[in-house]
Design a protein around this ligand. Structure first.
Ligand code: KIV
Ligand code: ZN
Length: 386
């Protein structure tokens, strides 16, 4: 089946790095950027050059080592930010400036103390100014999730006329329901003149745990770029997780989309990002968490040992994990115990297994997890008492 390509815009180094404690130095940013390029992301948002001299230098250095991806820099809708971003991107093969302004009532009224007309003018001016430096200009309508659709459509039309190539519709506060976010994208597809000549982009935050669902809903309703971060890191509860949207699109071929991500690298990139940023990945995190391919209850273990896809919808090798883990706990059954004994070289008979299982339960009841060393000890005790 022919599928449509969804662009993956990675903002680990910008929206992700904004998180307290996640700050990276230039070398660390370079290491992650090179890995992202190898992973196959289409766009790397390298930073916010006006924010500090260090970030300016990091963005500039990234443009010199990235081979395939577009390198993007964030700005606010003003000339100084845009000039600084353009300078930082000077050596990029494919530079993109990402400029924008708040469009919701609360941003217009309380952040800018201005009018909708003024926001439209500032948006158009910023895009036109960025266009003097680069061909590829992405516009973000900050807080689009809470922006009235009719006004958002006017914003989109205005920035398309000014030369925007991509329009980002951020759910900045992570407020939208997937159905609302999808309807918003659909509304823009239906009401904005020239919308089919640009790419609509989803940028969703995770305050209500819906960042991934919202991004997928956006794509289903017409967006063709997803902005995301490795491990879903980002402001507050984070951003859409790259590994999640990529694997959703891969697992659900019926949706008719694909990405160019080399999924075998997902686990490695996740660990690199986590260790470099000092940001622990929760064990139950989808795709890259330590327990994402681990089975500990007897019923599940028995099923997985007989046939992996009984309880797994993804082959762990597809995301760079060698094999599923059969974890031994007091909830494990005989099948798991026999499997783990076999893995360390003991092929036990059914009668032996029945006895070994009693020894095993005594250990398992007082430990969170029975280790390989424990299994050797259990076998030793069993052999001595035979
Ligand atoms: O969440 C947001 O609105 C953003 C923009 C700056 C793109 O990160
Ligand atoms: Zn954001």
């Amino acid at each position: 089946m022919k599928t449509e390509k969804i662009q993956i815009f990675d903002t680990t180094l910008r929206d992700g790095e904004q998180v307290p404690g996640c700050k990276l130095d230039k070398q660390q940013k370079l290491t992650i950027a090179q890995k992202l390029d190898e992973l196959g992301v289409d766009v790397i948002e390298a930073g916010f050059p006006i924010s500090s001299p260090g970030d300016f230098e990091a963005v500039q250095a990234i443009t010199k080592v990235v081979n395939k991806a577009t390198v993007c820099a964030l700005t606010r809708a003003n000339k100084k930010d845009i000039e600084c971003a353009a300078q930082a991107l000077e050596f990029a093969n494919q530079p993109r400036i990402h400029t924008g302004i708040g469009t919701s009532e609360s941003h217009i009224k309380y952040k800018f103390n201005t009018t909708q007309e003024d926001i439209l003018n500032r948006a158009a001016e910023a895009v036109a100014y960025a266009k003097k430096y680069v061909d590829d200009v992405e516009f973000y309508a900050e807080d689009a999730g809470r922006t009235d659709n009719a006004f958002l459509a006017r914003v989109c039309e205005t920035v398309i006329q000014a030369g925007a190539t991509v329009i980002n519709i951020p759910d900045t506060t992570g407020y939208c329901l997937p159905s609302d976010y999808g309807s918003k994208i659909q509304y823009l597809k239906q009401h904005v003149k020239g919308i089919d000549n640009i790419v609509l982009s989803c940028h969703c935050h995770n305050d209500l745990g819906m960042a991934t669902a919202n991004a997928i809903s956006g794509v289903v309703h017409g967006a063709r770029q997803i902005e995301c971060t490795i491990n879903g890191i980002g402001e507050r509860a984070g951003n859409t997780a790259l590994e999640e949207v990529v694997m959703i699109l891969k697992q659900h071929q019926e949706l008719g989309f694909h990405t160019d991500i080399n999924t075998i690298l997902l686990n490695e990139v996740s660990q690199l990002t986590s260790s470099t940023m000092g940001m622990f990945v929760q064990p139950n995190k989808a795709i890259v968490g330590a327990n994402a391919f681990a089975h500990s209850s007897g019923i599940h273990q028995d099923g997985v040992i007989k046939r992996r896809d009984t309880y797994e919808i993804i082959d762990p090798r597809e995301v760079g994990i060698t094999e599923s883990a059969i974890v031994l706990t007091a909830r494990s059954g005989r099948a798991a115990l026999a499997y783990r004994f076999k893995n360390i070289g003991f092929d036990v008979t059914k009668n032996e297994l029945d006895l070994l299982y009693q020894y095993f339960l005594q250990v398992a009841d007082v430990k969170k997890e029975v280790s390989e060393n424990d299994l050797h000890a259990i076998m030793h005790t069993f052999s001595q008492n035979k």
